[in-house]
Design a protein around this ligand. Sequence first.
Ligand code: NAD
Length: 251
Amino acid sequence: MILDKFSLNGKVAIVTGSDTGLGQGFSKAFVEAGAKVLGVSVVPSTATQEMLGKENFEFITADLSTLDPIEGIIQKALDAFSRIDILVNNAGIIKREDTIDFSVENWDSVINVNLRTLFFLSQAVAKQFMKQNSGGKIISVASMLSYQGGIRVPSYTASKSAVKGITMTMANEWAQYGINVNAIAPGYMATNNTQALRSDKDRSEAILDRIPAGRWGTPDDIMGAAVFLASSASDYVNGFTLAVDGGWLGR
Ligand code: NAD
C-alpha cells in the first residue's frame, strides 16, 4: 500500500546540523516515520536528543569544516545502529559581506562546510551503501540561492548552486546502485540562519511580501519532503532539487 512506502521502519539516518533548526525537523520527521538517527553537529545535539529520546536519536559532536571527522561519523552510526540507509547533508553556514570586499576567509569557511565536506561525506556514505549492497538515500539541503544570486552572500550562493549541480552528478553515477541523491531547497525559514534577516525590519517585510504563502517557513514544513525523499516512495526520483518555499520560486 502506498502509505507503507513512506515508512522508515528499521532505517538508519545520519543528519548533519542536528542541534537546531531544519536539522531538528529532519531528525523529528525520520524518528516519527520509524527510523533511528545519528545527529552530527559542531555543538552537542542535546536538545534534539531530549525531544526524540536516546533510543531513537544518538549524536556525535564534530566540526565539518574539515574532512577529518568523516570516518568517525560513519563508524559511530555503525556502532550505534549497525547500518546506514539515509544521509542528510543539512549543516551549513552563511557569511554576509559586500561582494566587493568579500574576504578569502568568508569564502573558504562557507565552501568548506556547505560544499567540500558535503561532497566527501556523501561519497563516504555512498561507499557504505555499496558495501551493504542496500542502496540508500542522500538528501542535501540546497537553497533559493541555488537558483538566484542573492545579495552580499557570494560564497553561500556558490556553495548552494554547486550543491544543486553535484546532486545531479552523484545521482547520475550512483542511481545504478539503488542510491537516490536529491536535494531540498528551503525557502525562507525561521531559524538561526535567517535571524539577521528577520531582525532587519525592511528586509524582513520585503521578503514576507514576496512569499505567496504569506509566512516564513518552519522546520516542520520540511518534514513531508524529507520523509518522501528518504523513503522508498521516491525510489524513481533521482538528482532533483525539490523546493519547499511557500511559492517563492514561482513568483
Ligand atoms: P541553523 O544556523 O539553525 O543551523 C545550521 C546547522 O549547521 C546547525 O545545526 C549547526 O550546528 C550546523 N553547523 C554549522 N557549522 C558547522 C560545522 N562547522 N560543523 C558541523 N555542523 C555545523 O540554520 P538552518 O536554517 O537550520 O540551516 C540548515 C540548512 O538549511 C543550512 O544548510 C542552510 O544553509 C539551509 N537553508 C536554510 C534556509 C533558511 O531560511 N533558514 C533556507 C535555505 C537553506
